[in-house]
Design a protein around this ligand. Sequence first.
Ligand SMILES: *[C@@H]1O[C@H](CO)[C@@H](O)[C@H](O)[C@H]1NC(C)=O
Ligand SMILES: *[C@@H]1O[C@H](CO)[C@@H](O)[C@H](O)[C@H]1NC(C)=O
Ligand SMILES: *[C@@H]1O[C@H](CO)[C@@H](O)[C@H](O)[C@H]1NC(C)=O
Ligand SMILES: *[C@@H]1O[C@H](CO)[C@@H](O)[C@H](O)[C@H]1NC(C)=O
Ligand SMILES: *[C@@H]1O[C@H](CO)[C@@H](O)[C@H](O)[C@H]1NC(C)=O
Length: 633
Amino acid sequence: MAHTLLSTLVFLVLIRVSSAELARDRAALQDFIAKTPHEGRLRWNSTVPTCQWTGVTCDANGSSVIALRLPGVGLIGVIPAGTLARLSSLRVLSLRANRLSGALPADFSSLVSLRHLYLQENLLSGEFPAVIPKLVGLTRLDLSGNGFSGQIPFAVNNLTRLTGLFLERNRFSGTLPNIAIQILNAFNVSYNHLNGSIPETLADFPASSFTGNIQLCGGPLQPCERPFFQSPSPAPTATGTRSFSSRKLSTAAIIVIATASAAVVSALLLMMIWCAMRRREEKGKPPKAPESVAARGVDPMGTASSSSKEMGSGVGEADRNRLVFVGEGGGYSFDLEDLLRASAEVLGKGSVGTSYKAVLEEGTTVVVKRLKDVAASRREFEGHVEALGRVAVHANVLPLRAYYYSKDEKLVVYDHLPAGCLAGVIHGTRGSGRTPLDWDGRLQVALAAGRGLSHLHNSAKIPHGNIKANNILLRDNPSSAVLSDFGLTPLFSSATPPPTRAAGYRAPEVIETRRATFKSDVYSYGVLLLELLTGRAPNQTTIGSEEGIDLPRWVQSVVREEWTAEVFDAELMRYPGVEEEMVQLLQIAMACVATMPESRPEIGEVVRMIEEIVSRSESTPPSDDQRLPEESA
Ligand SMILES: *[C@@H]1O[C@H](CO)[C@@H](O)[C@H](O)[C@H]1NC(C)=O
Ligand SMILES: *[C@@H]1O[C@H](CO)[C@@H](O)[C@H](O)[C@H]1NC(C)=O
Ligand SMILES: *[C@@H]1O[C@H](CO)[C@@H](O)[C@H](O)[C@H]1NC(C)=O
Ligand SMILES: *[C@@H]1O[C@H](CO)[C@@H](O)[C@H](O)[C@H]1NC(C)=O
Ligand SMILES: *[C@@H]1O[C@H](CO)[C@@H](O)[C@H](O)[C@H]1NC(C)=O
């Protein structure tokens, strides 16, 4: 009896709540129609229940309005604020084919349940409505056939559930942002005033999605004059001749390096430092023409000019052209002349320059990186590199030891770790008999890299800027892997097209801003985790290949189809009982590669989550990762 009474009461309360809700919605609709001139085809009779009004749909129990469809009913003018925004359960709003004008009311942000928004074929104008990226539940957005102008904002990436985006026949201008919404399957920006190149993320849509934008290029349209990614050709820049000659010469240098490294020859580094030394010795002597020519002959930067050499040989210049040790210096005691006599071997050509392994005469081995396209002035360079040298020692960060700056050469020196880099271990050893890193090893490397990154972000306060498998160096114990090459990106010209190699790791917004941030580091780190999990390189895009795989998108698509083991590296399938950990790490990785930077977690949080996975797998006790790196001597 009591039970029945209680349920009756609950029922009555629910009825009252629901009718109160509906009354609110009804009032909102009445306000809307009272404030919006229309052509009289629309009659909402107050004696008729709200849920039966033309265009109004309520939920099953008639408690709130969930859809409002008023296409072609002759609505005129600005959508009044404080009306439709009160329909708090609204899921579908269609006001298409009317004569609505002006901007959307900002209070639309309260339509948190909105899934479908159809405003096409009106006279709406102004910038892309700032409120739309806040409607994160939207799956379908149609603003086509209006008068919207200005840029399409990068913030549309906030709409991660969007499957259709229709912006055609407006007056949008500027470049298309890098829209990377995984499930977007219909997209149209045709007949706007867009220019620049179509981002890779949108290049799969057909040409008719982009036509009618005279200055748009790339993707399904005609190639851009300056292909952004697959450009081995020189990019025309403001300083055309200089950059052209340096590029031409560096191509020559690549050939030289390729030929030379086959025979493991040390000559190149030798000659280069020899030139630096000769210049040093020029102090006080009048500059000799043959030496300048010789210097230029091996100067792959092509920046040496005889006039600057004459100017540069002023008092003090030679003193400044010396190897400078920074931070703790690693206990090294060698100078430029020692480097000159070292034997050198090309380790690799990376995005910031070429790396050499230099074995000094007394047996010390270091890595010398020769930076290319440095845009920083001497003062900026020295200030920045000195600051990098001050980064506190951490077991998972490879410290910078020394630098050398001259007009023609910029070198940085690091410890040499013989075990090589992560990329070599994951991708280089398949089928060659050696086992690629096992699951536990990969987890430990992920954690080590995360800890190193967390150190850079939280104690040194600098973004790494170039996280990739080539910059994770291994030691005997996977948990003492280190991050190398941190913080160098500010030295390079932001106008330099980012190298293809790093492309797969770059956060989408970095393509817009060209600036590394903590959040873009987290994205790159997420790609690295995906690489560890899938065994696939994020940069499998070979030059000119159409099938370039963006690893996050690939994983997303496989996972969406079904939660299949196909995502994971076949090598990992040999280890029983680790699927759950792999799925957990996959979830962390996917959070890191969120398109909107603010949706990505902080690296500290990521490290904590991985530590939890590691501590749950009892197989390996946590290693002593505060140990300092041994010198490789
Ligand atoms: C409203 O509906 C009632 C009953 O259906 C009808 O009598 C009345 O004429 C209608 N009013 C208008 C303005 O259409
Ligand atoms: C109304 O129906 C929906 C399902 O359509 C249900 O989730 C909701 O709880 C119901 N509300 C009331 C007040 O009965
Ligand atoms: C993205 O969505 C969040 C809500 O999830 C919102 O707070 C934020 O303002 C949106 N960002 C932009 C740029 O609109
Ligand atoms: C694109 O158009 C905008 C003006 O709408 C202009 O400022 C910009 O320089 C153009 N960019 C290119 C690459 O043509
Ligand atoms: C994009 O819109 C234009 C103009 O309305 C249309 O001609 C074209 O077929 C549309 N393309 C796609 C892929 O929907």
